[in-house]
Design a protein around this ligand. Structure first.
Ligand code: ATP
Length: 315
């Protein structure tokens, strides 16, 4: 049973121009996506730069204005209530960002950064608040000494842990993690990801994990949506997406993952090209009205959009 549903979400940014600076067009950053969140599950959002991943995350939490669509949280339409700082929705849905530097106030000590949501939502006594902050620091594997320090005194991985401590302070249901590890060294990435998995299990958290890295998403998420130009071209569970991708764009993303095992690399590459080619031949009639079989290399963005629209029954 899902606790939150995102229905036909669209976020369009106006493009202004001309002498009177009027709206001449719109960027369809998010263009009709649907998502459902169940307790304790991790959902991945993958796609190349500019496809609309961050806009999706930010619009869910209320940092971007929604053009149309709605967000239903625990049975209630919260689309126009997301910005209310004291709402249950604001407490239960938290976000962590790629750049921990800019999401932690450099002028505040760690204890005040972590205390922010606690003061807003939990109304604890000063002693209870201290205990809570110590507890949270212990959960994210940090020493109590960290409390009186400022963000610049920590490494990237530690800053991300502080951001996570703040995010989990009020027992959220969902954490939207926008590229949380891509600014970190590989070894630190693994530590933070594993730690995020641990707290997911411990607290029954759900994640919306935004990344351009299919390897990271495979490690973290059981359900994955592949995004292209503001739409989902394919959604499914991890096994389906990685072993039996249906959409050519997914196949292309997967084939772009560097293959670390040299044995059989050429065979795998040939197999991938063959599945792409089969797909193209099978679907040639709707993206090529003349019935021509396209050369894979000549496929353009327009074809991908046409294919995804067709798969949704739109063409
Ligand atoms: N405030 C804005 N005004 C106008 N266009 C915007 C705005 N924010 C984002 N866009 C555009 O919306 C599209 C989606 O941007 P978004 O940041 O969501 O992509 P993304 O998939 O998260 O990319 P990346 O992985 O590079 O962060 C892009 O074309 C971007 O240029």
């Amino acid at each position: 049973m899902s606790f939150m549903q995102i229905n036909d979400l669209r976020v369009h940014y106006p493009i202004r121009g001309g002498f009177f600076n009027t709206v001449i067009d719109n960027v369809h950053a998010v263009d009709g996506i649907n998502l459902e969140f169940e307790k304790g599950k991790a959902y991945g959002l993958v796609g190349e730069s500019g496809c609309g991943k961050s806009t999706t995350g930010k619009s869910i939490i209320g940092l971007e204005k929604i053009t149309s669509g709605n967000i239903i949280y625990e049975g209630e339409d919260v689309t126009n209530k997301r910005r209310n700082p004291n709402s249950t929705f604001n407490r239960d849905i938290q976000m962590i960002f790629q750049d921990a530097n800019s999401s932690l106030n450099p002028r505040k000590r760690v204890q005040d950064i972590i205390a922010e949501p606690i003061r807003n939502f939990l109304k604890l006594t000063p002693d209870e608040e201290k205990r809570k902050i110590n507890e949270l620091l212990a959960i994210v594997g940090m020493n109590e000494d960290a409390k009186v320090k400022y963000p610049h005194e920590f490494s990237g991985g530690q800053k991300q842990r502080i951001g996570i401590a703040r995010a989990i302070a009020c027992n959220p249901k969902l954490i939207i993690a926008d590229e949380p590890v891509s600014a970190l060294d590989l070894s630190v990435q693994a530590q933070v990801l594993n730690f995020m998995k641990d707290i997911q299990e411990e607290f029954g958290l759900s994640y919306l994990f935004i990344s351009h890295d299919l390897g990271v998403v495979k490690h973290m998420c059981e359900h994955i949506s592949i995004m292209y130009k503001g739409r989902f071209v394919e959604s499914g569970n991890r096994e389906d997406i990685y072993t039996n991708p249906q959409h050519i764009y997914t196949k292309r993303l997967l084939s772009a993952i560097p293959d670390v095992n040299p044995i059989g690399r050429d065979v795998r590459k040939r197999d991938r090209i063959k599945v792409e080619a089969d797909y193209v031949i099978e679907h040639k009639n709707y993206y090529d009205p003349n019935g021509r079989v396209f050369d894979l290399k000549k496929l353009t963005d327009t074809h991908f959009v046409a294919m995804s629209a067709h798969e949704k029954g739109g063409m």
